[in-house]
Each structure stands twice: as C-alpha cells, then as structure tokens.
Design a protein around this ligand. Structure first.
Ligand code: ATP
Ligand code: ZN
Length: 297
C-alpha cells in the first residue's frame, strides 16, 4: 500500500470550513461524510483527520499526522507546554493563513481597580492559555498567579475564582456582557499551517512540500491581480514602482504605434483605486485589473 500523509483539521468550529476550502483550492478532492472522522484524498495521497483544534499540535508531536491547520494561539500554547517539560516541539509554524484572526487579551472587571497589566502583581488571572500567560508574566517581570479555565473564562471573576482574565476576543461584546473591560493584547493570532519536523520518506517529503507550496500559492492568489494597460514606453519604470510586489512587466508593442506599449504585470498585493489613479497620472490608459485564478512561483 502506498504511503499517505495525514493532515489534521478542526472537526467542527471556526476553522473547519476555511481549512477544507483551502485544501480544495490546492486541488485536493476529499471524500468525506459528516460523521466520519477521516476524509479520504481521492486524487492525492492525503487523508484528513477531523479532530478538536486543541488536539492538532499533539497529533503532530506524536507523529500521528504530518501537517495541521490550527490557530497560532493553540500552537504557541502547546509549544510552550512542551518546552516547560524540557522537551521541544516537533513542529514548525509554517505559513500564516488568511482566516481565524483573533487576539489573546487581558480583560478586567469594571468594578475592580485593575486598569492595566501593571496592576496585576499578586492577582489571579483565569485563562485557557496558562503557558502563554505565564510566559508573558515572566518576560514582563509581573508576579501574578495563573489559574487554568477550560471554558467560560469570562465567568471566573464573577464566580470569585480570579481577579482578571486573559482570553480570545474578536469583538468586545462578550466582554461587555460580563462587565469586563478589554486590556492589553499579548498575542495576535491567525490560523497557521503546522509542519512536522520528523524526518519523512522521500515520497512523503515530496508531497508535503508540494501541498505547502500550493497553500502558499493559494494565499498569494487571494491578493494577486493581473493588470493590463497601455502606457508610454518611458513610463514603465514609474509604473513598476507604483505596483508593489511585481516582477518584471511584460511589454508588448502596439500595432502601428511607436511610443505607446501594452504593459502586463502580476501584482501580489491589493490594488487600490488610488493606485489606478496614480498609474493614470504617469500616462497609463485602458487599465484593466483582473483576478488571478492559480499561481505557482
Ligand atoms: P474545539 O471543539 O475544536 O476545541 P473550540 O471551541 O476550541 O473548538 P473555536 O471557537 O471554533 O474552537 O475556535 C477555533 C480557533 O478559531 C481559535 O483557537 C482561534 O484560533 C480562532 N478564533 C478566531 N476568532 C475567534 C474568536 N472570536 N474566539 C475564539 N476563537 C477564535
Ligand atoms: Zn478547542
């Protein structure tokens, strides 16, 4: 039987749909029914393991999966926990993706006198990220206690279990509903591809590199645009400077015209209206911006 690579993704939650879509955009056809915990890659040697997000780093650590998609918040917390037991993590945070944005931030009860991390000495902080929070306290010489809460962290102060909390926030609504005020952010997180550091067979390495290259290609495509315009020959340098992330432009002569050419470029960053106006100012006309479907650098 041919070797297969296991990719761990969240079974059901905020990252699930984005993770599956990303793999599909990489060309992977996944056959999977709702209750199955394993999806089968029909056209490539990948199997998808659907698990709780918190289990993803551990599966790679234990060599049960080679790749995972998980929030950097979870990955960093697990890395710190492995380091605290004097082992090191067996995975790298390989590519930051374009979904799952959130912040790990402190929050203080409105009724308390705590207004910043400087007021936390001697206090107790509830969090689901004890290693990340302890690490922050150590680095910033703050002498506070950390108590682990696995869910409903925001209830800890009103239950008398903590003086403040450190939790994931995307909007302040949950905090306000619990009479908490947002404090300092200690980690800005985004969904991330984890890659095993274990040595792999030649076959597996080749496919792992291939999928990671495709993931990076998909990320670039999301931002990239193909831009076509007519421009005076002598404005090409200025045009390239106005378009960030472009390689050498393709310059095509126009039939019967001497000083004007067609310029085509791939721009790897978002193209704003302002940029188009600046292009016009340096002499470009008939400017077309079209989306890019696939890209392999
Ligand atoms: P599981 O059952 O898999 O353990 P969960 O409840 O831990 O699920 P979700 O709430 O689906 O997980 O969040 C998964 C990840 O999504 C988080 O670890 C984080 O990286 C990211 N995320 C993005 N926005 C938020 C948010 N507002 N609150 C919590 N997590 C968020
Ligand atoms: Zn979780």
């Amino acid at each position: 039987m041919k070797e297969r690579i296991k990719i761990a993704v969240q079974k059901s939650g905020r990252l699930t749909e984005h993770s599956i879509t990303l793999l599909q955009k990489c060309g992977l056809i996944i056959s999977h029914t709702k209750d199955q915990l394993i999806g089968y890659g029909e056209n490539m040697p990948f199997d998808i393991m659907f698990v709780r997000d918190d289990d993803i780093p551990g599966l790679i650590q234990e060599n049960l999966c080679e790749i995972g998609i998980v929030g950097a918040n979870v990955a960093r917390e697990k890395q710190l926990s492995y380091e605290s037991s004097r082992s090191s993590s067996n995975f790298d945070l390989e590519s930051s993706l374009d979904f799952g944005h959130c912040k790990l931030s402190f929050a203080y009860p409105e009724s308390s006198s705590i207004r910043s991390v400087n007021d936390l000495d001697g206090k107790t902080i509830a969090t689901s990220y004890p290693f990340t929070v302890k690490n922050y306290f150590t680095k910033n010489s703050i002498d506070a206690n950390v108590t682990e809460f696995s869910g409903a962290v925001e209830l800890a102060p009103s239950l008398g279990k903590a003086d403040a909390i450190c939790d994931l926030v995307s909007t302040g609504n949950t905090l306000r509903a619990h009479n908490l005020m947002a404090g300092e952010t200690i980690l800005e997180s985004v969904a991330t591809v984890l890659k095993s550091k274990s040595e792999q067979s030649e076959f597996k390495s080749m496919w792992i590199e291939k999928i990671i290259e495709r993931i990076n290609g998909v990320l670039q495509v999301n931002e990239s645009k193909y831009i076509m315009m007519h421009a005076p020959k002598n404005a090409i340098n200025e045009i390239t400077k106005l378009l960030p992330g472009t390689e050498s432009p393709t310059v095509i002569p126009l039939d019967g015209v001497n000083d004007t050419v067609a310029v085509h470029v791939v721009c790897k960053e978002t193209v704003f209206w302002e940029t188009l106006e600046e292009l016009k100012d340096v002499g470009a006309s008939s400017i077309l911006v079209v989306p890019v479907e696939k890209m392999l650098m």
